[in-house]
Design a protein around this ligand. Structure first.
Ligand code: CA
Length: 663
């Protein structure tokens, strides 16, 4: 105190400087004390490069993630606020039980047909007043960190409400974001939002919160020049809500639950759980390049099948009149013409969009289905999911939201041999909607029906969880190319994003690969395509979905190049493997997919400059005969036969494409 008084009588500059020293000394001691008190545990991926550190500093549960020397996720909060207690504070880390987990699985409808998954599992137990309150279960593979919470029953308490998650993600300073905003509820077309159909901002600063409601998963971050991180979630079903990513401030983001107004206000924003419970997995995929992001299988590694397939489902290709002909094309004669077109292409299906119940009718649909069967073509039928949650007037309505009507409808479908359904206009991410997705899927499996969702949420591991799940939209899909020239002008730019974000975590029903020059049946009017025919071929491979309904039209048999039609006849929709070659979201994307012993290298370019690249051809074997589809500067495409050498120098013009495949 004496000293202090003395200091106060000195010149102000010395006073401040000494005060600063005292404060720093106190802070240093505090940090020594707290680290002496805090427990810290760390564990790493099987290759030792990806490391998670968990601690209980200041009575909170925290974790951080490093790849090699680089911290990708700084100290970030964990924990739950529940009806049983606030498990975000007053916590101590009792310990982490660490073991290695290995699982091999086969899945025909994702990016890779066979996955050998290996990860370090750490079950970290947190206590309050000496009693365990929750476990945080981590999985660390060589490219992904994932975690979820598990809660046990407490005495007579067998159910609980999870009100919120503290689950945070602290990105390093200088990180750039590649995000699309979550919509406010009950907005957009016929009050159908949120439906994961918003535009991305690219290379943006952190510290923003979309349109005020955060961001839709998955969320991509570029951590300076050190690498990339993709944050998402998986394993969401009727036992929880689907989440979004909210910005807290600066580089700190956290899990957000649905908005109260979703689903026309029906249902809670929190999750009601039966105990014991495990929450969905929070996933962080990291890499020094985008390779880990493109190649990750984490959405599927962490979930298991919820019921057995009632039959061997047939995936494959189909045609779809609506994208060119819109609502009026959903009539008997036009659909018959598309069945003939699908048959001519060797395609398995035709997707008949909205209003078929009024414009074709149930009786004539049976006739159409029989005609399709005679041509080897199955039908997908469109349905409105509504319900009580939006104003979308498209019919059939009221057939998918309730069990009795739904099962009666599906029994009719089975009786006439319908192959699948496309259900549109869902009501958001609350738990009741997650249950509806699951109920539609499990009922459809009883009747041997494949399911595509549109106007919907992101699929979160559903390809593995539900064997008759085909794909979801959850993207600004091809319909926007018909609706506006702006979407056509930005088509390639948007397509280069999906490879690294939306499509890498789940099947994406885009409905693209248009070969019409114009989005109209006469191919002369309407919005016009600025991308090349080779681009259309490349996106048939770039966009992954085991069921594809391409935006091709019967006139393409005569007005599109033969090489383009031949390619579209033969392109696979199921794949054995995928590898990243090069790319940058919003600029260009080059990947390779493998189907059997055929390697499909595909590239598209949205940059203003032509893209020059040297493509490594070593996967083909020297001297193998390859087909190389490429564009000249005027976007005129052609195909050449080339003998495989070590490398091939290629140029992809703006809005152009590249495809290389074994002959
Ligand atoms: Ca849509």
């Amino acid at each position: 105190m004496e000293n202090y008084v003395y200091l106060r009588n000195r010149k102000p500059i010395i006073h401040y400087s000494n005060m600063k020293k005292i404060i720093l000394a106190v802070l240093a001691m505090a940090s020594v004390w707290s680290s002496a008190w805090a427990t810290e545990k760390s564990f790493s991926s099987p290759d030792g490069k990806l490391t998670v550190v968990v601690d209980d500093q200041n009575g909170a549960a925290n974790y951080r993630v490093s790849l090699g020397e680089t911290e990708f996720i700084g100290r970030s909060p964990l924990g739950l606020k529940t009806s049983m207690g606030d498990f975000t504070q007053g916590l101590t880390l009792a310990g982490c039980e660490v073991k290695t987990v290995k699982e091999s699985y086969d899945l025909r409808n994702i990016k890779k047909s066979h996955v050998d998954y290996e990860a370090t599992e750490a079950v970290c137990s947190f206590e309050q007043q000496g009693k365990k309150v929750m476990d945080v279960v981590f999985r660390v593979s060589n490219r992904d960190v994932a975690y979820r919470y598990t809660l046990l029953p407490k005495g007579q308490t067998l159910v609980a409400v999870i009100e919120s998650e503290a689950s945070g993600f602290q990105l390093p300073e200088g990180t750039k974001t590649f995000l699309c905003p979550q919509s406010r509820p009950m907005g957009g077309f016929a009050r159908t939002s949120p439906s994961y159909e918003t535009s991305y901002t690219l290379d943006d600063e952190m510290g923003k919160n979309g349109w005020g409601e955060g961001y839709s998963f998955p969320c991509l971050f570029r951590v300076g020049d050190k690498g990339w991180a993709l944050i998402s979630e998986t394993g969401v079903d009727g036992r929880y809500v689907a989440s979004r990513l909210l910005n807290v401030n600066g580089g700190l983001y956290k899990i957000g639950f649905p908005q109260q107004g979703e689903c026309n206000g029906w249902g809670s924003t929190s999750a009601a759980v039966a105990l014991p419970c495990a929450t969905p997995w929070r996933t962080i995929t990291v890499g020094t390049t985008l390779a880990n992001i493109v190649e990750t299988t984490v959405p599927f590694d962490l979930v298991s099948q919820k019921y057995k397939a009632s039959q061997e489902y047939i995936y494959g290709k189909g045609s779809w009149s609506w994208i060119i002909g819109m609502d009026s094309s959903c009539n008997f004669d036009e659909q018959k013409r598309y069945i003939d077109f699908s048959a001519a292409m060797g395609y398995q299906t035709v997707l008949i969009d909205a209003l078929w119940d009024k414009q074709i009718g149930y009786e004539k649909m049976a006739e159409l289905a029989a005609y399709g069967k005679s041509k080897g073509v199955g039908l997908f039928l469109w349905y409105n999911s509504n319900g009580t949650w939006n104003d979308a007037p498209q019919s059939p309505l009221g057939k998918m939201d309730k069990s009795r009507e739904r099962r009666a409808e599906m029994a009719w479908m089975k009786s006439i041999g319908i192959r699948g359904i496309k259900v549109d206009f869902f009501g958001g991410d609350k738990q009741n909607m997650m249950q509806l997705y699951e109920d539609i899927l499990s009922d459809a499996n009883d009747f041997g029906i494949l399911v595509i969702f549109h106007g919907c949420t992101l699929p979160r591991g559903w390809e593995k969880m539900y064997p008759n799940y085909a794909a979801s939209e959850a993207v600004l899909a091809s319909e926007n190319l018909h609706f506006g020239q702006g979407a056509c002008d930005a088509e390639a730019m948007n397509a280069t994003i999906h490879t690294f974000i939306r499509n890498t975590v789940g099947s994406m029903d885009f409905g693209g690969s248009t070969l019409n020059k114009f989005y109209s049946a006469d191919n002369k009017r309407g919005t016009h395509r600025v991308t090349s025919d080779v681009y259309a071929l490349a996106t048939a491979v770039l966009f992954q979905s085991a069921v594809q309904h391409f935006a091709l039209a019967p006139n393409n048999l005569t007005d599109a190049p033969d090489w383009a039609i031949d390619f579209m006849k033969n392109v696979p929709t199921t794949w054995d493997d995928v590898k990243f070659i090069d790319g940058y979201p919003g600029k260009y994307a080059i990947i390779v997919r493998r189907a059997g012993d055929h390697w499909f290298i595909v590239g598209i370019n949205a940059d203003k400059q032509p893209l020059k690249a040297n493509i490594d051809l070593s996967m083909y074997g020297k001297g193998a005969e390859l087909l190389v589809y490429s564009d000249d500067a005027q976007l005129n495409g052609s195909v050449k036969t080339v003998k495989a050498k070590k490398q091939l120098a290629v140029t992809i013009p703006t809005n152009g494409g590249l495809v290389i495949v074994n002959k």
